[in-house]
Design a protein around this ligand. Structure first.
Ligand code: HEC
Length: 165
C-alpha cells in the first residue's frame, strides 16, 4: 500500500509539471510574442520595456489607445454593413493625424522600435482608409486590418507606459 502511494506521488511530481509546462508554452506561442511576460513558477513576470512619460502624457496616450480600439470596432461595423464611408472615416481617425496631434514633447520619449510600430500602425490605417474608398472587394481590407492588429499585439507585448511625474 505504501508502495502504491509513493508511486502515485511520484507520478504526480513527474507528470503534473510536464502538463502545465506544455500548456504555458502553447499559450505563449499563441498570445505572447517575444518580450512579454514569462510565467516562472506560476508567477507572471512583467518584462515589458518601460516608456517613461509624464502622467498627463500617459493619460493622453491611453485615451488615444481607447479611441483606436473604438475605431477598429467601427471599421468592423462598416465592413459588416458594407458601408465604405463608415470604414474610411473610422480608419482615417486612426491614421497618422492621430500621432501628429500629439504634443511635440512626446515622440522624443519613444524608444525607436516603439516609434516605428506606432508609425506603421497609423500608416496602415491611412492605407485602409484609402482602400475603403476605392476597393471593389472588402477582402483586402480584412487582411490589412488583421495585419495591423498584429502590430497592436506586438507593441502591447513589448512596452508599457510609466509616468515619471
Ligand atoms: C507603438 C506601441 C503600441 C501600438 C502600435 C498600439 N498600442 Fe495600445 N498600448 C500601448 C501601450 C504601451 C499601452 C499601455 C500598456 C500599459 O501601460 O500597461 C497600450 C494600451 C492600450 C489599451 C488600454 C487603454 C487603457 O485605457 O488602459 C488599448 C485599448 C489599446 N492599447 C488599444 C490598441 C489598439 C486597438 C491598437 C492597434 C490598432 C494599439 N493599441 C496599438 C502601446 C501600443
Amino acid at each position: 500500500m505504501r508502495g502504491l502511494i509513493l508511486l502515485v506521488a511520484l507520478a504526480l511530481v513527474v507528470f503534473v509539471p510536464a502538463w502545465s509546462q506544455r500548456a504555458s508554452t502553447d499559450a505563449e506561442h499563441v498570445t505572447a510574442p517575444e518580450g512579454s511576460g514569462s510565467n516562472k513558477g506560476g508567477v507572471m513576470a512583467d518584462q515589458r520595456q518601460l516608456v517613461q512619460v509624464s502622467e498627463q502624457e500617459r493619460l493622453l496616450l491611453l485615451h488615444n489607445m481607447a479611441d483606436m480600439m473604438a475605431n477598429v470596432a467601427s471599421i468592423l461595423d462598416g465592413l459588416a454593413a458594407n458601408d465604405r464611408n463608415v470604414v474610411a472615416k473610422a480608419a482615417a481617425a486612426n491614421g497618422m493625424a492621430m500621432m501628429q496631434n500629439l504634443p511635440s514633447s512626446l515622440p522624443r520619449k519613444f524608444p525607436k522600435s516603439f516609434a516605428q510600430m506606432a508609425q506603421e500602425t497609423h500608416n496602415a490605417f491611412d492605407q485602409i482608409a484609402a482602400e475603403a474608398k476605392t476597393s471593389k472587394s472588402r477582402q483586402p481590407i480584412f487582411k490589412h486590418l488583421a495585419n495591423v492588429l498584429q502590430t497592436c499585439v506586438a507593441c502591447h507585448a513589448a512596452y508599457r507606459f510609466k509616468s515619471d511625474h
